[in-house]
Design a protein around this ligand. Sequence first.
Ligand code: ACO
Length: 466
Amino acid sequence: MDARELEKIKKLFQPEVIAVVGASKDPKKVGGSIVKNILANGFKGRVYAVNPTAREIMGVPSYPSLKDIPDKIDHVVVSVPADKVLDVIEEAGKLGVPVASIITAGFKETGRADLENKLVETARKYGLRILGPNIFGVVYTPANLNATFGPEKVLPGKIAFLTQSGALGIALMAWTAMEGIGLSSIVSLGNMSDLDMVDLGEFFAEDPNTRVITMYIEGIATGRGKSFIEVYKKITKKKPVIALKAGRSERGTKAIASHTGSLAGSDNVYEAAFKQAGILRANDVQELFDWAKALASLEKVDVKGEGFVILTNGGGIGVMATDASVFSGLPLLDMPEDLKAELRKHMPWFGSAANPVDLTGQAKAENYAGAFQALLKHPSVSGVVVLYCEVAFLDPVELAKSLIETHKQYNGAGKPVVVAMVGGERTREALKLLDANGIPSYPIPERAVKSIATVYRYSQYLSRNQ
Ligand code: ACO
């Protein structure tokens, strides 16, 4: 994609001027809730509404049509009924608007491919790019932009999420916020009449606010298979990409056809395409964000050293994490003697300085801090899996604070670190605190191990493809 087209996509996410056509005073209507969300998130650019009768909507100046707006519009959000969309696109095109997101449903997905083709044809005539139709909109947290009719708040972060499913995307806006997962962007792709996973991938590959690209994909747009592989092959050498592809089973494939009308094709074809392009494939939503969280915690993925170390206060979870490491291909370090000697200073005589390092159930926050520091400093250690089982005399929040401090002071090398804490309410609180401080954390050891193993896998991929 040339620089001019990329610049148009940039306006989708970072417009200076956004106009909502089909805005309404009623915040329960789609157009009304989009204006409400744009305002509630403190978008710093200028906002205009287009409505046949209103002259002001929620404090935003409103005009009867786009051409009446006395400003140069970067991004038009279209939320008028399907039979009115074409006129809006024609007008936006004439005004030289670079990009439009079309919320409206009732096109290809309902058998009206003719109407959709006409839209694209009209937009092409003017060089206007289209996202959608049939979408819930776009979020870009670095610009405080939430031009969707989804939930108001999305937690800012470094993960971009592209979704072909509207409902899933909307649901995950709220879910990620609840789980403490920070996002740079959420993009609803809908029918992909023009902009698709390939175009948006090119934007996010260059986006300094995004470290990891994640996607929920049902099918690649017709005729775009080859470009998808070629473009993502380049992107994955710069940034990790994780895909959740629905329709693995035959019945699932049939269900896709009636959902977005995508030609889903056989799952093996996608599996091969992802492999060729270096895309990591997650099995479910949980894996998608578990892995993304771990990858997004690192400024640069470059695993060094000779192996990973598990640090625990419980033998049982240590063994579970060891099994998970073996099954997910995470190499565990054969502990060098100097490291063992250092670790023994932070445990009782009945602890273990082997791998897993067992500080025992009586470990205090300072024992964890000492051992964690030793592991972060030692050149043989590639990364650390910290485990904790909730015990009465070590408060998980106190431990989390101490881990955050040690991590801040001694992880200048940027080693991958994950934490799993098993316990109750207080443990939940500790996990949130760790996540908010850039340490990916999980409520069970296996999820932590699989996530750090993904970081390792991606690092291996990078070294093979330099
Ligand atoms: N220019 C500007 N404003 C206009 C125009 C026009 N040409 N025509 C109508 N309007 C105004 C209307 O007057 C109305 O404002 P008002 O409340 O002040 O009267 C506003 O635009 C909206 O028009 P309505 O006719 O009230 O339409 P409504 O809001 O009911 O529906 C919508 C429009 C939301 C685009 C609908 O047609 C639609 O497509 N809904 C589905 C959206 C969707 O689900 N997208 C996929 C999401 S992904 C998922 O699965 C969740």
